[in-house]
Design a protein around this ligand. Structure first.
Ligand code: PLP
Length: 465
């Protein structure tokens, strides 16, 4: 390869700038950004000559230089965060944004965030208000707690609670509850960050009430329970419930704190899911401060909800950390809208997408799977697919053993490999995230709303044809 010749065939910046198409790109996108991208493209070209890429590849790149600059511009102007179709059947998929918000809630949200709002303005008094006021009463009514506040996520809620209630003191926690949640959230590390000293008691599989009792010293500030939401220890086990812990704490004038993780506000055992203590149960058991996520079983925006005794919540509101962890208007607005649904359990089950997905019967999913399968075949007869039974998962570190009987559309890869199809699905304009099993690609229909069916069919058509 004659490198010098190739270098010389790269157009000059001035030549490019004089080109009509570049002129029109400058008109549409602005001069500076187009100049930047021309420079980047030229640099990359020189680099590829330097590293001796195949000559014809380099020549083609030089030939297509304007197309490539335009492509760079388009890419830069396409948001990277995009809608995806969740065919994995995992309802709370942390990598896919956890809980979806309903369209009705989202439309109300748009109205609030595109203008000004009374986020921190008390309309009755005509003066500064509190951003927590919008949902504090609601949260108290729904959970039975005295007071409530909200921070960015549950990890920050745990940190704020410990920093407020146990700074420079000791917090007792069972060895069976020193959990790591996805994304490097480890209870021992969070405690260190909050300047509370962790005192571990019991063993991995067994912790007795006497373990807590004998660990209490004058430095003890609180007893902490952590819901082991993402794993189960089975077999020879024993743990102490918050209810049992409460009298011990009271005798020593100590508060009980519980990190519930998913924090369901509805007893899902009524809907065929294994029983988990609800937030209300925990408050009723006398736990002084409870925290849980806004975007797990609650089905709302990312948030860390803290409820409990007023004196502790008031102290947290005054903590300097709160300012750093505060929620924005998107969260405040979405959370109030979602919480309002909980005023009626029936409404919540119907209007909150996460709960609706958990509660959909297998028969109903099967019917919808058949509908999707039919639509796919109609749109693209080359695709061979059928409906099969499968199992969905709740996900998000909630109820790890729970499987919900579901149904899927199973796609055959045809002339391609399942890997190839899966990759093309991920690269589609609206990516589809399936569940792959050997030579079949499964789309669990529980997590695909019927409104998305036409989009799924069209996307598959583009891939298979
Ligand atoms: C999920 C979870 C967290 C972290 O909650 P985020 O809202 O994701 O920050 C903390 N503790 C427990 C027990 C959890 O299950």
């Amino acid at each position: 390869m004659n490198k010098n010749l190739l270098y010389r065939s790269i157009p000059k910046v001035d030549t490019l700038l004089a080109d009509k198409r570049i002129q029109s790109l400058i008109h549409d996108y602005g001069r500076e950004i187009v100049m930047d991208l021309i420079r980047e493209e030229l640099e990359d070209l020189r680099e590829s000559i330097n590293t001796s890429e195949h000559e014809d590849i380099v020549r083609k790149r030089i030939e297509d230089i304007i197309d490539n600059i335009e492509l760079r511009l388009r890419k830069l102007h396409t948001p990277n965060v995009r809608k995806v179709i969740n065919g994995s059947g995992t309802i709370l998929h942390t990598n896919l944004g956890r809980a979806p918000i309903s369209r009705i809630q989202a439309e109300k949200l748009v109205d609030i965030v595109t203008g000004y709002s009374n986020l921190e303005y008390d309309l009755d008094a005509g003066k500064r208000g509190e951003r927590y006021s919008h949902f504090e009463k609601l949260l108290c009514r729904i959970t039975g707690a005295e007071a409530a506040m909200v921070v960015n996520n549950n990890a920050s809620a745990v940190m704020l609670i410990l920093n407020t209630m146990a700074k420079d003191g000791e917090v007792i926690v069972s060895r069976g509850e020193l959990v790591e949640i996805g994304g490097k959230f480890r209870i021992p590390d969070v405690m260190e960050q909050s300047n509370a000293k962790l005192v571990e008691v019991g063993t991995t599989n067994k912790t007795h009430i006497s373990d807590y009792e004998s660990a209490i010293t004058e430095n003890t500030k609180a007893l902490l329970k952590v819901h082991t939401s993402n794993y189960r220890i089975v077999g020879f086990t024993e743990s102490v419930s918050s209810e049992e812990l409460k009298p011990v704490a009271e005798a020593h004038d100590l508060p009980v704190i519980e990190d519930l993780g998913s924090g369901s506000l509805i007893d899902l055992s009524k809907y065929g899911i294994s029983h988990e203590p609800t937030v209300q149960d925990t408050v009723r058991a006398g736990v002084d401060v409870v925290c849980f996520s806004g975007d797990k079983l609650l089905g709302g925006p990312q948030a860390g909800i803290i409820i409990g005794r007023k004196k502790y919540i008031d102290a947290m509101k005054k903590n300097q950390l709160t300012r750093a962890l505060r929620v924005d208007k998107f969260t405040v607005t979405a959370l109030e809208l979602v919480l309002m649904e909980y005023l009626s359990e029936e409404k919540a089950m119907k209007n909150i997408p996460v709960l609706r997905m958990i509660n959909e019967s297998q028969d109903s999913v099967r019917k919808r799977a058949a509908e999707l399968s039919r639509l796919i075949t109609e749109t693209c007869p080359e695709i061979s697919c059928e409906t099969v039974d499968c199992e969905s998962q709740i996900g998000g570190g909630s109820l790890p053993l729970e499987r919900i009987k579901s149904a899927a559309v199973s796609l055959e890869a045809g002339n391609h490999s399942a890997d190839f199809i899966e990759k093309r699905m991920r690269m589609a304009p609206v990516p589809i995230i399936p569940r792959t099993s050997e030579e079949h690609i499964l789309l669990d229909v529980r997590t695909i709303p019927s409104e998305e069916f036409p989009l799924v069919a069209e996307t598959l058509k583009d891939i298979y044809q």
